[in-house]
Design a protein around this ligand. Sequence first.
Ligand code: NAG
Ligand code: NAG
Ligand code: NAG
Ligand code: NAG
Ligand code: NAG
Length: 439
Amino acid sequence: MKSQDSRMKLKYAVVFICIVALVIIEKESNIISRVSDKLIQRQMPQTPLDYNTTTTTTTTAPNGSLTFFQLLLSKLIGRKRSRSTPPDAGYTDGRKHILLLATTRTGSSFVGEFFNQHGGNMFYLFEPLWHVERLLTAGAEASNGTLLAEMYRDVLRRLLLCDFTLLERFISPPPEDHVTPALFRRESSLSLCEEHVCSPVIKDVFERYHCKTRRCGPLNLTLATKSCLSKPHRAIKTVRVRQLDSLQPLVEDPRLDVRVIQLVRDPRAILASRMVAFSSKYQTWKAWARGGAVPEDDEEVKRLKGNCDNIRMSAEVGLSRPRWLSSRYMLVRYEDIARYPMQKAEQMYRFAGIPFSPRAREWILRNTQTTQGASGIYSTQKNSSEQAEKWRFRIPFTLARVVQKVCGPTMKLFGYRFVDDEKTLTNKSVSLLEDRLFH
Ligand SMILES: *[C@@H]1O[C@H](CO)[C@@H](O)[C@H](O)[C@H]1NC(C)=O
Ligand SMILES: *[C@@H]1O[C@H](CO)[C@@H](O)[C@H](O)[C@H]1NC(C)=O
Ligand SMILES: *[C@@H]1O[C@H](CO)[C@@H](O)[C@H](O)[C@H]1NC(C)=O
Ligand SMILES: *[C@@H]1O[C@H](CO)[C@@H](O)[C@H](O)[C@H]1NC(C)=O
Ligand SMILES: *[C@@H]1O[C@H](CO)[C@@H](O)[C@H](O)[C@H]1NC(C)=O
């Protein structure tokens, strides 16, 4: 009898100690999250950054050890947050969240317009991660790919939830009272230029930050947040996410109903387009285009290979249908969009679970049928099917062959045909596209 009694006492004592321990852990993680917020704040410059002077950037660049500590903290907080989400989460009120992932020169501005032009129910953002990349890669050697990917993911997550505060820490100069004249390409987002997001023009100095459709003063992000919250659907286009699997926690966030659309294009076409659009950065390639052998161990060639491998690995993750992405991933080739813009747009909308709007339909009709008005390197006004093939006459066969060599597995995965000579490259009756369905 007595021994049973003391066993009970022991049990109660153990339970009590466990409860105390839990309370302490809970308190500590609160402290941790406060400390981490401070760390992040401290790391982000609160004063205007001049990108021409490297001294400012090195002092604000993340320190390796601090960065690691910070990541550890953010992971702890992440775990705590997900523990505290209500069990009925997953209910997003019919809201849809689209991430359009691409790389530069894949036609992503054009495809982004399919969603930007949807109308009043869509909140669309164009390359918000530009600010994050600019700040975090400023001190080149200090940049950490993992940290960058995690920061991209967190900023995207907050933006899909209509929260601009994390992005604000990357905008330079820092917004005052959540007002900024410096948001990258604001005018590319119809939602940021609507009447009720448009604040009065104070000085004509702000002229260049105006929207195309109306004269607006600097962007008031409080108004942008309000507008975003009032819209059922949100879409973000970005060319900066390198690895799809870095987005897993975002896709699994029960507050969001995310659909990922990965846009790809023939790597030979991408190179040809980049050599025109980013002319000064592609001097080496242009020299090779004029003749001479391409050294395969050159940094430029390695970079090309790295880009192709990233795109392929992301697609392999998506196409392998992991549980966390089930029915949330779609792979689209730019060439198919160029050939059948309307059908592809309809497919993307169906996949996203958003009704295709007459306004988007009208925009696509207007912008894929005409050869007039094509201008500017970011222009989306092109006869798309004609435009999609032009690269074949711009890139010399020697460079096409280099791309085929280092991007071979990527091209095979997406169904881009190899060519063996210049004649085939420039023979328009030879299609370089295999018919493929990516389900
Ligand atoms: C970064 O952290 C290391 C290790 O703690 C330290 O020695 C170094 O001084 C730090 N560098 C800067 C710039 O804070
Ligand atoms: C980058 O961050 C990861 C943590 O996510 C860490 O393991 C790694 O050492 C960091 N690399 C550098 C160069 O700081
Ligand atoms: C931005 O908009 C909010 C909400 O309407 C308003 O309260 C605030 O005063 C505005 N900020 C500025 C600087 O105009
Ligand atoms: C667009 O380009 C395609 C392919 O070259 C051509 O067949 C079509 O006629 C062009 N459309 C217009 C309106 O110019
Ligand atoms: C272009 O390709 C077609 C189909 O393979 C072929 O019949 C034609 O002879 C080629 N034209 C030239 C100029 O090589």
